[in-house]
Design a binder for this molecule. Sequence first.
Ligand SMILES: [Zn+2]
Length: 231
Amino acid sequence: MLGAPPEDPPIARHSLADQAMLRLRQDIVQGRLAPDEVLTEQSLSARLGVGRGTVRTALFSLEADELVVRAPYSNWRVAPLNEQVIWEIYTLREALEGLAARVLADRLTENGLIRLQRALAGLVAVEDASADARVAADLHLHRDIVELTRHSHLIRRYAALSAKIEWLYRWSERHWPKRRPMADSHIHLIQALTGGDGDAAEAAVRLHISISLREDLDGFRELQAQSVDPV
Ligand SMILES: [Zn+2]
């Protein structure tokens, strides 16, 4: 039926809050807003050109992703980044992705294998590319491993952690760019997943993640020892 376009102010308000949330999410994940940085609704309102109510809605969404935390006097802060946080994110990744690898080793289809091989080829292609491209290609492969399990509860839990995973990865890539060769550090994961042995597949994924955990913790401590602000 033709007529005037429907007016729907609530949706418009929501989409503005969504846009504000996505901008802030990017600013935090990409490090333009530093860990622990104080965020006032007033300054964010000016920065984003939207009302304080919209900013608050965006901040509540980001709180659910654990990218911001509430601070006294109705202020907010970007989430802290410290040794405990690094350890928590990587060990949670080990558990979730280890389970994914175990499940997938048992049910990897021909199409699933093609998808993993494409993701691996994507890593070869970005070996000398920008940090953006490298981080995206690496996380793409890890997300594929989780999604190919078709374990919907696991996929949702992993998606809820994805912003934090990228945030930590980008911090690491800023301090120690191209620390590991992209393709070489992942090829054994694909081999383990195609071997059909759940124990071996889980162990390979856990080892891959635990190396990053150790390197990031060592790096964090080294920066502190040099009196460099690690974040
Ligand atoms: Zn990786």
